[in-house]
Design a protein around this ligand. Structure first.
Ligand code: UFG
Length: 321
């Protein structure tokens, strides 16, 4: 059985590819390397260097490799930047998903796991978000992910399409010695780069209405996230009906300041973070229940925060791309 992973050369996608291979499923990767890295794709995995907007080429690859399911991560992933680049975001994430669904329809592939995001909730007014919490995205990125979910739902009403969307919370850590988050915008890579370059990591605002004044997030280990994709795809392949959306969260909130302390502990580098202005668009707190995913997708936090921090640090040291 072969699974096509779009965005499989990215930090998260390449972990997912490895998780599939460990579970005995073959993968092919479609990625335009706009934010991914060719060297993140493991040897022996067919790599197609193209954008999913090229529906003809993607459909051809599906037929050629007898693809039976798709895990769809490819897209523009920077929520903050998406405000300045709405058209690009919608083109890549909405038009891209339409194009991928067209390719699937053409190639008779009818199973898809979609990479969605906590960004669909915007700033929730509940302490713990569940799948029943109202969606209210605050950026073109969040909007585009929600539209992606709707596209799957609507496609499934019109023709055979078995689907689920996984709403990721803050994905961190590494399960492979040299795979790590290379995003120039996320907390972990920014803190790690600062320390490696001898700069002081920054906290974007310490006057939020949270216990220590810094933003609270729900950090999940990329390996746990990858495993949830494997289970979701296996269930769809086995004909099991899944919920349309699952939150992949831990139920535990961790503040930015607590992350700084965990980084100091893991690296042995003592530092006092610099406090800078709030970053526009950051919700004070967003934490989710993963209970539905635990019920259906064997979702569990198998890694501690200390693991998340030390594995991210070690992977960055091992392989600076
Ligand atoms: N932060 C700092 N200093 C930094 C970088 C980040 O204090 O140098 C703070 C941010 O202000 C935020 C927290 O660390 O409070 C986490 O920031 P990230 O950028 O790592 O993650 P976000 O919670 O902003 O974003 C994540 C995903 C997005 C997704 C969003 C949905 O990266 O793709 O969750 O809530 F849209």
């Amino acid at each position: 059985m072969t699974v096509l992973v779009t965005g499989g050369a990215g930090y998260i996608g390449s972990h997912i590819v490895r998780a599939f291979r460990l579970a005995g499923l073959d993968c092919i990767v479609v990625d335009d390397l706009s934010s991914g890295h060719r060297e993140f794709v493991p040897d022996g995995v067919e790599f197609i260097d193209t954008n999913i907007l090229d529906s003809t080429l993607v459909a051809k690859a599906m037929v050629e490799h007898e693809v039976e399911a798709v895990v769809h991560l490819a897209g523009f992933k920077y929520a903050g930047v998406s405000v300045q680049r709405p058209l690009h975001t919608y083109e890549q994430n909405v038009q891209g998903t339409v194009s991928l669904l067209q390719a699937m329809h053409e190639a008779d592939v009818d199973k898809i796991v979609f990479s969605s995001s906590a960004a669909v909730y915007g700033t929730p007014d509940v302490d713990i978000v569940t799948e029943a919490t109202a969606t209210a995205p605050e950026s073109p990125y969040g909007e585009s992910k929600l539209i992606g979910e709707w596209l799957l739902r609507d496609a499934a009403r019109a023709f055979p399409m078995h689907h689920t969307s996984l709403r990721y919370f803050n994905v961190v850590g590494s399960a492979v010695p040299d795979l790590y988050d290379t995003s120039p915008h996320n907390l972990f890579p920014l803190v790690i780069e600062a320390l490696l370059e001898g700069r002081t990591p920054r906290i974007f605002g310490d006057d939020y209405p949270t216990p220590d004044g810094t933003c609270v997030r729900d950090y999940i280990h990329v390996a746990d996230l990858a495993d949830a994709h494997v289970v979701a795809a296996q269930k769809l392949l086995a004909g099991t009906q899944l919920e349309p959306v699952y939150n992949l969260g831990s139920g535990d909130g961790v503040s930015v300041r607590e992350i700084m302390t965990a980084v100091a502990d893991a690296t042995g580098i003592e530092f006092e973070p610099e406090i800078s202005d709030r970053r526009p668009g950051d919700p004070a707190r967003i934490v989710a229940s993963g209970e539905l995913a635990a019920r259906d997708l064997d979702w569990a936090m198998r890694h501690s925060l200390a693991d998340m921090v030390s594995s991210a640090w070690n992977a960055r040291q091992n392989h600076p791309v």
